[in-house]
Design a protein around this ligand. Structure first.
Ligand SMILES: *[C@@H]1O[C@H](CO)[C@@H](O)[C@H](O)[C@H]1NC(C)=O
Ligand SMILES: *[C@@H]1O[C@H](CO)[C@@H](O)[C@H](O)[C@H]1NC(C)=O
Length: 387
């Protein structure tokens, strides 16, 4: 199924281009092809919801979601809740949840909300899959400001409360975001999971901030953002991936955040993604060539731009200055090792990574205070940061 979609997308001829808002017409054959793909991707809804953001959300039978088109999940037994326990995240009085306002419970029992894929979505994706057919392939013009786990341990989980912003991007190909990630393997065959927020018009369709998830299995050349390919099994019946995060922070003003976690299930070895206090769903262990644990990971600010073009701002667009509420932050950072306890990332357990400090910086000194816990600040204005 993955290969079918990718091949179809790659085969589509080049007689259309997305250029700003202009779209040249596509041939009748391509149009038919797109219709066929949409039929495969969009499962028959039991109910349909029109969101205030102009998206269509389908309530799809939880057992018939796209993930189960993946041949690797042919005999998969759906896991309705994780086998680990976890505490609730406590929101600080100074921080507000960025995602609470979009919780809705409109889908019938046994169904989950899925944002319907449109023809425009597929056309945008075609451009992404040009990188070897891998939808989340590393691109040049990518810059980081990050705190990395130092790789001296085996990792089973990672968490953080990520401050949300809406940095300005100059084109559909630019991305600016903040996320947590865990990965395993040498880079040529790496397996990886990411979760956080991003502004990335090519993926999301507009310049708003979105919660996103992504996975890749480089060994098998599979992976994608969100639910664009059969991989992630969604369990939560309220939150739909692809709903914009409208509560974003302002420099020195009201701060919003999202609490995100990636946790390995000790019983099934599925990788759960949590958002606020919800278990959104999981990446089944079987879609990875080897993700029995992670050997790298961390908390990232990242931007991307096309070759030769200036990079967009990261976070709030401001450099860290030790004043939380200025530069973008991630607080209450923890990870898990084999003990499956939340471990604070002491300085000796992590490294700082920034590839161009004149564009983006990161500041991390470990524990800050009770409310922030272990917290980092990162970001900057971008500009001519190199490729
Ligand atoms: C990866 O590719 C190998 C070799 O083709 C195949 O045997 C295996 O099932 C694939 N695994 C995944 C997780 O895609
Ligand atoms: C897990 O991390 C803690 C804190 O760094 C360390 O003391 C412990 O040895 C680690 N355990 C394992 C099994 O790696």
């Amino acid at each position: 199924m993955i290969s079918i979609i990718l091949i179809c997308i790659c085969l589509m001829s080049n007689n259309y281009k997305i250029d700003g808002r202009m779209m040249e017409s596509i041939s009748q054959d391509d149009d038919l092809e797109l219709d066929n793909q949409l039929k495969l991707i969009n499962k028959p809804p039991l109910k349909t919801i029109q969101t205030v953001f102009g998206h269509i959300v389908d309530c799809v039978d939880i057992n018939k979601q796209l993930a189960f088109d993946n041949p690797l999940l042919k005999n998969h037994k759906i896991q309705l809740k994780p086998s680990f326990q976890h505490g609730r995240t406590t929101l600080d009085e100074n921080q507000r949840s960025a995602t609470l306002s979009i919780e809705e419970d409109l889908c019938p029992i046994g169904t989950i909300p899925i944002r319907r894929t449109t023809k425009d979505d597929l056309i945008r994706l075609k451009h992404l899959s040009n990188n070897n057919g891998m939808l989340i392939e590393e691109v040049e013009g990518s810059h980081f400001a990050a705190v990395n786990l130092n790789g001296a341990d085996r990792y089973y989980g990672i968490k953080g409360n990520i401050n949300t912003y809406n940095p300005t991007v100059a084109s559909k190909e630019q991305m600016s975001g903040a996320y947590i990630s865990l990965a395993k393997g040498p880079s040529q065959v790496r397996n990886r999971i990411m979760a956080g927020w991003q502004v990335y018009p090519k993926i999301q369709g507009d310049v708003q901030t979105y919660f996103f998830i992504a996975w890749e299995n480089k060994q098998n050349q599979t992976g994608c953002y969100n639910l664009q390919c059969p991989g992630f099994v969604q369990i939560d019946k309220k939150f739909h991936i692809g709903s914009p995060i409208t509560s974003t922070s302002t420099f020195g003003g009201q701060q919003f955040e999202m609490s995100v976690a990636i946790l390995l299930d000790p019983t099934t070895n599925n990788w759960w993604v949590r958002l606020e206090d919800k278990n959104l769903g999981y990446f089944p262990s079987t879609i990875f060539s080897d993700m029995s644990y992670a050997d790298e990971g961390g908390w990232y600010g990242r931007t991307m731009t096309t070759l030769g073009n200036p990079s967009p701002p990261m976070g709030s667009g401001h450099f860290p200055d030790d004043r939380f509420g200025h530069a973008c932050f991630i607080r209450q950072m923890t990870f898990q090792n084999e003990t499956r306890k939340d471990i604070p990332p002491e300085m000796k357990l992590v490294g700082i990574y920034k590839d161009n400090p004149s564009c983006y910086d990161v500041k991390y000194t470990g524990y800050v205070d009770k409310s922030l816990g272990y917290a980092m600040q990162f970001g900057g204005p971008g500009g001519n940061c190199g490729d």
